[in-house]
Ligand binder design. Structure first.
Ligand SMILES: [Zn+2]
Ligand SMILES: [Zn+2]
Length: 246
């Protein structure tokens, strides 16, 4: 109790935002969203150490780890984006953390997930070097209402802050409420997202855009969004996702 009181007093001394955080921490001490350990962060060191990073060599274009020096992605040459990169493999800890974020609404873990993305940008300073704005992959307005947030937008704010770029979450819109891609075969995924995105005319004229999403599976969603950005004048589209299924 006394240490709780002390932390409340020090929080009060530090400012209003910190007071709120101090109270929240007393009532709901932060814990790891994956293993449940009471921790100062929402992903603990033990869970973080289990994350599988995507290591080079990867396809210069789509970012898939190379197989005998070749890209296995049949669609690769036709993707309308310039380059796509993902930070980690979509499995285990990251898979669970993304699920907790999206389906249990544990948005507190977004900070740790953002940190994984900015650490990638720190290690890869030449990626998207000419990007002039960050666009989160939009979800349909009906899903946004139901979920209350767009997980890609939560990740994109960290990316935009790190790169000192503006974020545009308005000009690209998802006009079709598509079925979740995870339920579908590769061909169905392409059909499912066809024409799903539209961007305001000339909204991205002459810009190099960095599109941010949580997961890349076959790349068909990112490809459709990139095509809409190109149609709205973007001269190049980069894609950065937290995770990908390899
Ligand atoms: Zn943990
Ligand atoms: Zn490729």
């Amino acid at each position: 109790m006394s240490s709780g009181f002390t932390s409340f007093v020090s929080a009060a001394a530090a400012g209003i935002g910190d007071i709120a955080r101090g109270i929240a921490d007393l009532i709901y001490p932060p814990k790891c969203v994956v293993c449940g350990d009471i921790q100062p962060r929402h992903l603990c060191e033990a869970c973080l150490s289990k994350i599988a990073y995507i290591e080079p060599p990867v396809c210069h274009k789509c970012g898939l780890p190379l197989d005998d020096g070749k890209c296995r992605q049949a669609m690769c040459g036709r993707f309308p984006f310039f380059q796509a990169r993902a930070v980690v493999i979509y499995e285990g800890v990251v898979r669970q953390a993304i699920h907790e974020l999206k389906y249990a609404g544990l948005t507190v873990v977004a900070q740790e997930l953002r940190d994984l993305m900015t650490a990638f940008l720190f290690r890869t300073p030449d990626f998207a070097i000419d990007a002039s704005c960050v666009v989160p992959l939009p979800i349909h307005s009906s899903r946004q209402r139901e979920r209350g947030f767009n997980q890609s937008a939560l990740l994109a704010t960290g990316v935009a802050d790190y790169l000192h770029l503006s974020i545009d979450s308005k000009s690209l819109v998802r006009r079709v409420a598509t079925r979740p891609q995870v339920e579908l075969s590769e061909h169905e995924r392409m059909e499912n997202v066809k024409g799903a995105f539209v961007a305001a005319e000339n909204a991205f004229a002459g810009q190099a855009v960095l599109l941010v999403d949580d997961i890349l599976t076959t790349g068909s969603t990112a490809a459709e969004a990139a095509a809409a950005l190109r149609k709205a004048g973007a001269r190049a589209v980069y894609v950065l996702t937290l995770a990908r299924s390899c």
